[in-house]
Unconditional design. Structure first.
Lengths: 80, 177
């Protein structure tokens, strides 16, 4: 098979695969704000920031729980 | 006082809606073929339109508006792919290669996405722009902000890599039989 034939096969394969793809197209309403709202925010960057925020939240909540002073509990020696 | 040169067409607010409607599908297809996942491609496409809207004053004559938009889409898709840093390879589908054999079978979806996924993001972008969008080398060079010679080298390496992957798949299948 010649390079030209291989090129033609590759071109056809790509067109067969993607030519009919439209995507879910949000309506344009005069500004990009609507796009932002409808965007699902699943891109890698968004996911990364979500993971970082969740981790920070866990650290903060965990620190508060560990450092929080507690009152006397059953079994504690009252003379101490 | 606007800094734009006289006579340079800009995309006005009123035009942008029509520009968006006219170009969304192509932009999405380009992003989808590069990133390989529909939901991510939709995000990349929408981010690209938001960036294009905000930067519409930076559009300069010398390339078409469509080329300018594709440049933004491709940059965002490549950036995403670089961030993603795939640690797992897509499954290798070991079928006799339709790009290598002569029986005119069509390559199936998983084959093609798997093969494209094994190329680097820049090579993938060059393949998508040239073969899917039918852009000539010069226009691909403009979109990718590189030289025509570099586009030729990128495509040549990408084709060689595809051929190598297909041969590996075919050999793996032959060993299993």
């Amino acid at each position: 098979m010649t390079d030209d034939e291989q090129d033609a096969r590759l071109r056809q394969a790509l067109k067969d695969e993607y030519a009919d793809e439209q995507g879910s197209q949000p309506a344009w309403e005069g500004s990009p704000a609507r796009l932002r709202i409808e965007s699902r925010g699943t891109a890698g960057g968004s996911r990364l920031w979500q993971a970082v925020a969740a981790t920070l939240m866990l650290v903060v909540v965990g620190s508060v729980l560990v450092l929080m002073p507690r009152g006397p509990m059953a079994g504690d020696d009252p003379s101490l | 006082m606007p800094s734009r040169e006289a006579g340079v067409p800009r995309i006005g607010l009123d035009d942008f809606g029509a520009f968006y409607e006219r170009n969304y599908a192509r932009a999405f297809r380009t992003a989808f073929a590069i990133v390989g996942e529909r939901s991510i491609a939709e995000d990349v496409t929408q981010d690209a339109f938001v960036a294009a809207f905000r930067g519409r004053d930076q559009y300069r004559a010398g390339s078409t508006r469509e080329t300018w938009l594709l440049r933004i889409v491709v940059n965002k898709a490549i950036d995403h792919e670089r961030r993603r840093r795939r640690i797992t390879m897509l499954p290798i589908v070991a079928e006799t290669s339709p790009l290598l054999d002569d029986d005119h079978r069509t390559i199936d979806r998983l084959d093609l996405q798997s093969l494209l996924g094994r190329l680097g993001a820049t090579q993938r972008a060059a393949i998508v722009l040239h073969y899917l969008n039918d852009l000539d080398y010069r226009t691909v060079a403009i979109v990718m902000a590189t030289s025509v010679g570099n586009v030729g080298a990128l495509l040549s390496r990408a084709r060689a890599e595809l051929r190598r992957q297909l041969e590996m798949d075919a050999n793996a299948e032959a060993r299993r039989r």
